[in-house]
Design a protein around this ligand. Structure first.
Ligand SMILES: Cc1cc2nc3c(=O)[nH]c(=O)nc-3n(C[C@H](O)[C@H](O)[C@H](O)COP(=O)(O)O)c2cc1C
Length: 260
C-alpha cells in the first residue's frame, strides 16, 4: 500500500495533528506492508491559483505556474491512500492547503454537457482515474467537533463524493503540546495507533473505533480551564488589547466599544 501524507499544518513538523497522523500510520504499517511519504506544505512552494483557466484551454491538464504543486499531484495519483493532516482554521483548512486543493483544477475537465450531476451540484469530470482513498485527520482547539467541521465535510463531500472518505477529527488539539496533558494524550495516541492497525487489516474503520478516536480527552470544564490557563495571560488582561490596536480602532471614528 502506498500512502501519501499531506501535512497542511503551518507548524510543519511541530504539528499537533501530525502526532495523530503518525500514530495512525504507525498502526497501518504494523498490520500491512506500506510505503509512506510525507509532503510538508509549510516548506513547499505553493502559489495561489491565478484563475486563468489555461489548465482547461491552452495546456489541458497542466497548470501554468511552475512550483511544487505538480509533484504533489503526481504523488497523489501514484498513491493508494492520501491522508490530509491539518488543523481546523476558521472552520476550514489552512490557506496553504486550500491553495493546494484549488490548484487541483487541472485534474478535472471543464465540460458540463452530459454530466449526470450537472443540475445537482456542478461537479466537473475527473481527467484521470487515479483511484486513491482519502482520509482526513484533523485536530482543533475547541471541544466539540460536530458543527465545527461542517464546512470541511461539505467541501470533501463535493470533492470525494458524499462521505467517500474517512474522517478522524479531534477537539482539544492544543493538549498535544501541553506537558500536563501528556499522559492522557499518549493514551489517545495509542487508540489512534490501534485504529490505524484496524485500517491496515481491513481497509476501513468500524463506527465504534471512529467514536473512540473522537472521544474527549478531558471533561469539558476541566479542558476549558486548562486551555484558558495555557495562554499565560489572565482572563482580565484580554480586556486590554495592545496600545497600538486600541489607537487604530479609536481612529476609525466610529463608536466601537472594547468587549474583550
Ligand atoms: C488562525 C487559526 C484559526 C483557528 N481556527 C480554529 C477553529 O475554527 N476552530 C477550532 O476549534 N480551532 C481553531 N484553531 C485551533 C487549531 O485548530 C488547533 O490549535 C490545532 O490543534 C492546531 O493543530 P496543528 O498543531 O496540527 O497545526 C485555530 C488556530 C489558528 C492559529
Amino acid at each position: 500500500m502506498k500512502i501519501l501524507i499531506i501535512n497542511g499544518s503551518p507548524r510543519g513538523e511541530k504539528s499537533n495533528t501530525m502526532q495523530m497522523t503518525k500514530a495512525f500510520v504507525e498502526g497501518i504499517t504494523s498490520a500491512t506492508e506500506a510505503e509512506v511519504e510525507t509532503v510538508t506544505l509549510k516548506s513547499m512552494r505553493i502559489e495561489p491559483c491565478l484563475g486563468c483557466f489555461n489548465c482547461w484551454s491552452k495546456t489541458p491538464g497542466r497548470c501554468v505556474i511552475k512550483d511544487d504543486v505538480r509533484s504533489i499531484t503526481l504523488k497523489m495519483f501514484a498513491s493508494d491512500v492520501v491522508i490530509y493532516s491539518f488543523p481546523l482554521f476558521y472552520y476550514s483548512v489552512p490557506s496553504k492547503l486550500k491553495a493546494m486543493i484549488e490548484r487541483q483544477l487541472p485534474s478535472v475537465a471543464p465540460f458540463m454537457e452530459g454530466q449526470k450531476d450537472y443540475l445537482v451540484n456542478g461537479g466537473h469530470p475527473p481527467r484521470f482515474d487515479a483511484h486513491y482513498k482519502t482520509i482526513l485527520i484533523s485536530t482543533c482547539g475547541f471541544y466539540p467537533t460536530d458543527k465545527s467541521y461542517d464546512a470541511i465535510r461539505a467541501q470533501f463531500d463535493m470533492i470525494c463524493g458524499p462521505r467517500n472518505y474517512i474522517e478522524l477529527f479531534l477537539g482539544e488539539g492544543e493538549l498535544f503540546s501541553r506537558e500536563v496533558a501528556q499522559r492522557r494524550c499518549r493514551a489517545k495516541l495509542e487508540v489512534v495507533r490501534r485504529a490505524g492497525e484496524e485500517y491496515g487489516r481491513t481497509g476501513t474503520l468500524s463506527e465504534e473505533t471512529k467514536r473512540e478516536v473522537g472521544s474527549h480527552i478531558f471533561p469539558p470544564s476541566m479542558y476549558a480551564h486548562m486551555a484558558d490557563a495555557g495562554w499565560g495571560v489572565e482572563l482580565e488582561d484580554f480586556r486590554a488589547p495592545d496600545e497600538e490596536t486600541v489607537k487604530e480602532v479609536a481612529a476609525l471614528g466610529k463608536t466601537i466599544k472594547l468587549t474583550y
